[in-house]
Design a protein around this ligand. Structure first.
Ligand code: NAG
Ligand code: NAG
Length: 398
């Protein structure tokens, strides 16, 4: 009797929990979130000659971001170049022809001064915000895209953080209105953001408007890389360290700060670099992380794609080291030192993200991988289990 009672109680609890989950989930998004979380990647359009959109392997991803288009500096309408006009239809077709179809998003901005300047002016005024938002929705619908990604790197002070909040709130309202009018699924809205929720480098101290982000975007792509680079050539460094006992420049600190600031974990998507950073060692005998260096090493500004790292390691007979303390990989050959992620360290980071029940992960950038080796390692790690809480809601709805 006691057994039956508790079974009934259990059933009751399960059913009411399911009902609560169902009623609190907007159907348009739950249906479209993949059951194992986000496996995203940015496609860099400036490498279109060697890596056209038709080269994307859609079996490895759930969301692909076309990077980048820019707003016109005076009208703030999106500028679609003839190359974009040719490649966007191939991009969406490549992603949509796969079963199940991938989400194709248009990423606006990027880490360049022109984009940053245009965003700060546009976001400061309601009428220019409205012109920008309308243009972005019109472009997304014209090319059959599933969503829009804001890559403003980065609002420079507290005032601009407030403008950023207004922009994303108005944008969310506009994509909702567009969905009702067009009777089509709502466009996804995402934003690429700094590795931490608060800036303690790169200018004024300032914080992201996490309440506005939580309400307005489907998820944030947290840029968990570039902690070290050519601006400091005095020592080598793990530019995407998961852990750093000596500083707050680490993915664990950054992700932790987003969660502490109130960003729901299923809306936090962790970035993984498909590139390394190189230094020239002062002395070939000192070759650890933090070893003395005298300059950058090979690559433009000391940056090498993972594919270039693998080729260079092979050509130079470099020694490769997995560093468990930072969860990163480095190689050295003579005075050349490169810090990067390989399939092992990348998969360990995916495990970390899954352990925290984050929304998933994304790569910067498509075409930098070596024969998909990291993309594949991660996607099989991620397939091993349920990634995010909202993924479970999505499963129950089917
Ligand atoms: C943007 O679109 C909305 C809804 O259609 C409209 O009310 C508004 O005037 C438009 N804004 C601009 C600047 O064109
Ligand atoms: C890291 O951040 C924490 C709180 O956010 C702060 O208390 C601490 O001093 C910081 N550590 C360093 C090395 O800057």
């Amino acid at each position: 009797m006691a057994g039956r009672c508790s079974l009934q109680y259990l059933l009751f609890t399960v059913v009411t929990t399911l009902l609560m989950l169902l009623s609190s989930t907007p159907p348009s998004t739950a249906r479209r979130i993949p059951s194992k979380g986000v496996r995203g990647a940015y496609w860099p359009s400036w490498r279109r000659q060697s890596f056209p959109p038709s080269s994307i392997d859609p079996s490895l991803f759930t969301h692909v971001f076309y990077a980048f288009v820019l707003p016109d500096p005076s009208s703030y309408h999106l500028v679609i170049t003839p190359n974009d006009d040719r490649d966007l239809p191939v991009f969406t077709a490549t992603l949509h022809d796969h079963k199940p179809p991938l989400q194709a998003l248009l990423s606006i901005g990027g880490g360049n001064d022109r984009a940053t300047a245009a965003f700060s002016r546009m976001a400061s005024d309601p009428s220019t915000r409205s012109a920008f938002i309308n243009s972005s929705i019109a472009v997304a619908r014209r090319y059959g895209l599933d969503g829009l990604d804001l890559d403003w790197e980065s609002p420079a002070d507290t005032k601009q953080m407030g403008d950023f909040a207004s922009l994303i709130r108005e944008w969310r309202a506009a994509v909702e209105q567009d969905a009702r009018r067009s009777r089509r699924p709502r466009l996804l809205l995402t934003s690429a953001v700094y590795f931490a929720a608060h800036f303690f480098s790169y200018g004024a101290a300032r914080s992201f408007p996490t309440a506005a982000l939580r309400d307005a975007v489907d998820f944030v792509n947290v840029m968990c890389y570039d902690y070290r680079g050519s601006w400091d050539t005095s020592t080598t460094g793990a530019h995407a360290a998961l852990y750093d006992p000596n500083s707050n420049f680490s993915t664990s600190y950054g992700i932790g700060s987003w969660l502490a600031a109130g960003m729901p974990r299923e809306k936090v998507v962790m970035g993984l670099p498909l590139y390394g950073k190189s230094w020239t060692l002062r002395d070939p005998a000192g070759h650890g992380i933090g070893a003395p260096a005298v300059g950058t090493g090979p690559g433009d500004d000391g940056i090498l794609t993972y594919s270039e790292v693998v080729d260079q390691n092979a050509a130079s007979g470099a020694t490769e080291v997995y560093d468990g303390a930072t969860v990163s990989t480095y190689s050295y050959a003579g005075r050349v030192w490169v810090g990067y992620d390989d399939p092992r360290s990348a998969a360990a980071k995916v495990e970390y993200a899954r352990g925290l029940h984050l929304g998933g992960y994304f790569f910067w950038a498509l075409s930098y991988d070596k024969d998909w080796s990291i993309s594949r390692a991660d996607s099989s790690a991620a397939r091993g289990g349920i990634f995010a809480i909202h993924a479970m809601v999505g499963l129950f709805k089917m």
